[in-house]
Ligand binder design. Sequence first.
Ligand code: NAP
Ligand code: GFB
Length: 327
Amino acid sequence: MNNDKVILVTGGSGLVGKAIEWVINNDKGKFGSKEKEKWIFINSKDGDLRSMEATHAIFQKYKPTHVIHLAALVGGLFKNMKYKLDFLRDNILINDNILHSAHQYKVEKVVSCLSTCIFPDKTTYPIDETMIHNGPPHESNFGYAHAKRLIDIQNKAYNDQFGDKYTSIIPTNVFGPHDNYDLQDSHVIPGLLHKCYLAKKNGTPFIVAGTGKPLRQFIYSRDLAKLIIWALREYDEIEPVILSVSEKDEVSIKDVADSIVKALNFEGDYTFDTTKADGQYKKTASNEKLLKYLPDFKFTPFEIAIKESADWFIENYDNARTGNGKA
Ligand code: NAP
Ligand code: GFB
């Protein structure tokens, strides 16, 4: 019985995919590469996963035994608000093609990636894994949210009818090296890193969108990567698990902007554009289930993770995904 694992990582060129590749290649502890594991990182150049034919061709080529499914149409608040139908359709197509190909190629395990923004907007806090389907998500990202919720339904249907072992993890907002820094489409941390960098370079004001009051839990991509590798190797439930820092580490958008100003040594004007949307006020999630499994897991302190992310962005500005640089 050849128990070599062939692990296919979809979305391998993105923020989370690159972090998994970094941990596998650099972590000398329990999360790093292991014998009998072959890791394959793919991106859209390997094939458009919205096409069943292209997805099949990838499975035919690599014959994976395990899949970490990260590929998705992803974006921050403002991109989600603009393209709700694209977020719904593209992600439904990508997810269905991956899970059905995994079933047809008898893949032993799939770990898919959801997001805490898919939970009901009107809910009690902290949010936990049992609440996914308890009501409508926030208006700003219902397209993305319903497509992601469907993965949990698909996992349970494949397990119920065929016994397939497909599960999912639910990260909070993620940040780190190799992020998407497009000034319109990005998430808040890469967006503000780029804006503050340009404000410092051009001597212009640093403008944060919204009131700065909303609250978020942020996980460093390299911490998330370790937890996803753990989930692939050891997490045996079909039910999802939230991967997040604890509730006490929740910060405001103003705290985030202050940390970025400090990390980039910005001394210019710094204001808030309250004409811009705040989105969901908070989505405070419990990581109790995770800590039952990994009580000693060490998360990177927020300020250190922001500094490492800022340094990576400055060092790699010319090759980073900065979009067209227009706010
Ligand atoms: P990202 O940086 O935008 O990367 C997206 C990846 O998906 C890229 O490798 C991209 O390939 C690939 N991809 C997109 N559309 C594709 C298609 N049609 N066919 C094939 N590949 C395609 O995303 P990320 O932030 O790493 O997100 C990874 C996962 O984490 C996603 O499932 C996302 O929903 C989830 N998540 C992210 C966050 C966050 O804050 N970033 C929070 C919670 C959950 P190319 O590079 O070739 O385009
Ligand atoms: O990361 P973000 O775009 O998404 O953060 P969400 C949005 C918060 O940051 C809002 C404020 O309160 C914005 O007003 N903000 C301030 C900014 N300046 C900026 C900026 O320059 N760019 C951005 N993007 N925000 C997303 C979901 O929600 O969370 C996605 O829409 C995904 O589907 C992601 O799940 C993880 O946290 O509000």
